[in-house]
Design a protein around this ligand. Structure first.
Ligand code: UTP
Length: 224
């Protein structure tokens, strides 16, 4: 299988410890034994802190995004360091470079590409462009809920859902500032238009990624 794994910065680099990167490297190496693997890393706390300071300095939003992209690439570089020889040597800057890098048979790790979106969208486009069989979104919650479970105690988790349902949930969540959306709207629309089989799972434990590929663990499966 060809698999794109989106690793949220909040789970990969929340506290910027080498252990987190090592844990992820082990899980990704494991699934790369039988699959072609692409990884997109998020920016996490450091990206938010840099963006906050840039805003305070009067930077425009695109400049803030470009700073965020740099941080996602730094996390990609750390993960590449943890993967060693198993990884392509540097984060591709765009989708074409990523696809070409994938031909080497190495694990390709990249960050963001362009302002106005997040790495959720990058991973969905990369999955579409490389013809991936599966997109895994490793995040800080264990699946997609009817509403934000961190704000609403009545929120119910979906075991499976359609891309259309995902779009509806994301549009509802997006309207509340600071809400924990399971993915961004652009990503949800790309998942829908290409019917990309997607699993949203709890990335706090990297082994969940290995288990979801082997069918032992599942957060929320999104497919038509
Ligand atoms: P993330 O993908 O990590 O954002 O990108 P996020 O979803 O807000 O954070 P976590 O990690 O899941 O908690 C960090 C920032 O980088 C910029 C955006 O500003 C984003 O908020 N970015 C990232 C882009 O502008 N374009 C990209 O393609 C990727």
């Amino acid at each position: 299988m060809k698999i794109v794994v989106s690793v949220g910065g909040s789970v990969l680099a929340r506290d910027l410890s080498h252990g987190r990167f090592r844990g992820y490297a082990a899980a990704l190496s494991e699934i790369s034994k039988k699959n072609t693997v692409f990884v997109v890393t998020g920016g996490g706390k450091a990206a938010r802190e840099y963006i906050k300071v840039a805003r305070e300095l009067g930077a425009d939003e695109s400049t803030c995004d470009l700073i965020g992209i740099e941080l996602t690439r730094l996390n990609a570089r750390l993960l590449i360091a943890a993967l060693g020889d198993a990884a392509y040597y540097e984060p591709p800057l765009n989708y074409k470079e990523a696809r070409n890098a994938g031909l080497t048979g190495k694990i390709v790790v990249m960050g963001g590409v362009t302002p106005g979106q997040t790495t959720d969208a990058v991973s969905a486009v990369l999955a579409e462009y490389t013809g991936a069989d599966l997109l895994i979104n490793a995040t800080s919650i264990d699946g997609v809920y009817t509403s934000d479970p961190k704000r609403n105690r009545d929120a119910r988790k979906f075991d499976s859902m359609t891309p259309r349902q995902l779009i509806e949930i994301v549009m509802k969540t997006d309207m509340v500032a600071g809400a924990n959306s399971p993915t961004d709207l652009l990503a949800a629309k790309i998942i829908e238009r290409s019917n990309i089989r997607t699993i949203v799972l709890n990335g706090e434990e990297p082994q969940n990624i290995v288990d979801s590929v082997s069918g032992k663990y599942c957060g929320t499966v999104i497919e038509k």
